[in-house]
Design a protein around this ligand. Structure first.
Ligand code: ADP
Length: 265
């Protein structure tokens, strides 16, 4: 049956025999496909009604200049919550897109330096309240193969998280440099840090350490899940090191084969 999906494992059996285990995972992978399609479709369908609600909220906001305080408050709160829902849906769509991404990573090179320049402008805007000291230590020569939108999503999520989860006047360092075994990216902050028991689950969808606080920062709880999928697509994994009261370091190493060698080198 051409529609069946199998998984196989080869194990050593005794001294000189191999054991081949073949498992029919068609049903599991079919359900997984259905789940992905469902999430993508629902997210997409929710976009239109939210745009309409938002449009009417803007009309209300501009036509009730002298509204009683409770009405102004209600309109403003509804606006905030609608925007939160919109960014949650945006993140769900990004996640579905990455999960089923068939885009080849070796087809395009990514100008990481230009990307970091762009991200640093956005980071500065986000940093107005927190006033962290943010430094970018970027190797301008280091060019990699990959999917630009995905790498941008991964790097900006990690940088924006550091801004969100570090108390005011913190120190954040972004590193992008070449290493003997690949291209290394890291975001190091001196924020609150994360307890060990949470680290393993951090990249799960909607997992948050402090639900109340995260909700206030407005994140969707999908950021690190997006990062995990992007890195999987680029043959890499997310490393997290964190110490409560000291800070966190989120990093990844893109493998050597993704580094574009200099012309003539
Ligand atoms: P969120 O939208 O909540 O930021 P993420 O998936 O990006 O979702 O992050 C998951 C959780 O990991 C966050 O809610 C936060 O508790 C924790 N976290 C992420 N980055 C950091 C960081 N740099 N320092 C401390 N905690 C962090």
């Amino acid at each position: 049956n051409p529609l069946k999906t199998f998984e196989y494992r080869i194990m050593q059996y005794g001294e000189d025999q191999l054991l081949l285990i073949v498992r029919d995972v068609s049903r599991v992978s079919h359900l997984e496909e259905m789940r992905k399609d469902f999430v993508a479709n629902v997210s997409h369908e929710l976009k239109t009604p939210l745009t309409v609600i938002n449009g009417y909220l803007e009309v209300l906001d501009s036509s009730y200049g002298e509204a009683p305080p409770i009405v102004s408050k209600a309109i403003s709160e509804m606006g905030t919550q609608t925007h939160r829902m919109q960014s949650l849906i945006e993140d769900l769509l990004i996640l579905s897109r990455i999960e089923s991404s068939a885009e080849r990573i070796f087809e395009n090179t990514v100008d990481m330096q230009a990307m970091f320049k762009q991200i640093s402008i956005e980071a500065e805007a986000l940093n107005k309240e927190k006033q962290h000291h943010i430094s970018f230590n970027v190797d301008s020569e280091l060019v990699v193969y990959g999917v630009e939108t995905e790498l941008r999503s991964a790097c900006s999520n990690l940088i924006f998280n550091a801004i969100h989860y570090t108390p005011q006047h913190g120190k954040i360092e972004v590193v992008w440099k070449s290493r003997a075994n690949g291209a290394y990216f890291a975001v190091i902050d001196n924020g609150d840090g994360i307890e060990d028991k949470h680290l393993r689950r951090l990249t799960e969808r909607f997992y948050r350490v402090d639900k109340a606080r995260s909700r206030k920062t407005g994140g969707s709880g999908l950021g690190l899940s997006i990062v995990k999928h992007v890195l999987h697509h680029h043959n890499s994994t997310l490393e997290i090191e964190s110490k409560v009261g000291k800070g966190s370091e989120f990093s990844f190493l893109l493998p050597q084969e993704l580094i574009k060698q200099h012309d003539g080198a």
